[in-house]
Design a protein around this ligand. Structure first.
Ligand code: ADP
Ligand code: TYD
Length: 211
């Protein structure tokens, strides 16, 4: 069955520990119970470029931040186009694709180290290839998400300090403003309980599933 509702590409964005993965799981369950086919995915990917990126993020390998931004853009192109697990392939097979991070993550995180316009340039091809039906931004006070991360993980990634998360949050808003005429962004208060966030997300995207 091919209809509008099962070729959707939905992206979740937010600072680290904002609750993206939790909400993707919850939305997946809801969509499965509606009889839809769902493909969950994330960036950095589990592909070869994504694996390399995780080694950089953990601090194991040192690479210039400008080059890191290129690698994320390349990982994304592979993520979109891979003939086996790529997002376009999964959409062609009729799945709703739920993705944990996409190009707005690049604008916000690499905007820390370089001019955001350059990061946008690097992602021009990705933006041309595939635009999300909606970018769901789970907005949370960095102090709160940082407490969550500390509680559930021993080792923190390169970007994970509370001050950095504050800057990243601001850069997300700058990027949303920059693309306000081209992109659909829905901001949700991530400081609520998990079921409350889920309900708020659903209220804002439900219309996409009415065909
Ligand atoms: P992200 O994928 O954005 O990094 P996670 O979904 O992994 O975030 O959530 C980070 C931590 O916070 C996890 O331990 C998760 O159980 C917890 N968490 C997620 N959503 C909430 C919420 N609404 N309230 C309290 N804790 C939450
Ligand atoms: P992720 O595994 O999603 O972390 P979390 O679950 O804590 O949100 O992402 C790993 C890190 O990669 C995260 O700190 C953000 C960073 N990142 C970038 O710097 N640029 C990008 O383009 C993407 C997709 C992620």
């Amino acid at each position: 069955m091919t209809s509008k509702r099962n070729r959707l590409f939905i992206v979740f964005e937010g600072i680290d520990g904002s609750g993206k993965s939790t909400q993707i799981e919850r939305l997946e369950k809801r969509l499965l119970s509606m009889g839809l086919s769902v493909h969950k995915t994330f960036e950095p990917t589990h592909g070869p470029i994504g694996a390399f990126l995780r080694r950089i993020l953990s601090g194991e390998i040192r690479v210039d931040p400008n080059a890191v931004a290129h690698l994320f853009a390349a990982d994304r192109t592979e993520h979109i186009l891979n003939s086996e697990y790529g997002i376009k392939r999964k959409m062609d097979q009729g799945a709703v694709v739920l993705c944990d991070r996409y190009y707005f993550s690049s604008f916000a995180y690499h905007g820390l180290e370089m001019d955001m316009e350059r990061v946008i340039d690097l992602n021009a091809y990705n933006m041309y290839l595939l635009k999300p039906a909606v970018n769901i931004f789970i907005d949370i006070d960095p102090a709160k998400s940082f407490k969550r991360i500390e509680k559930c993980r021993k080792k923190l990634d390169l970007f994970e300090t509370e001050a950095t998360m504050k800057q990243v949050r601001n850069l997300y808003f700058k990027a949303f403003e920059r693309f306000k005429d081209q992109e659909t962004v829905v901001a949700i208060d991530g400081g609520q309980s998990e079921p409350e966030v889920e309900k708020a997300v659903w209220n804002r995207i439900q219309h996409l599933f009415n065909d």
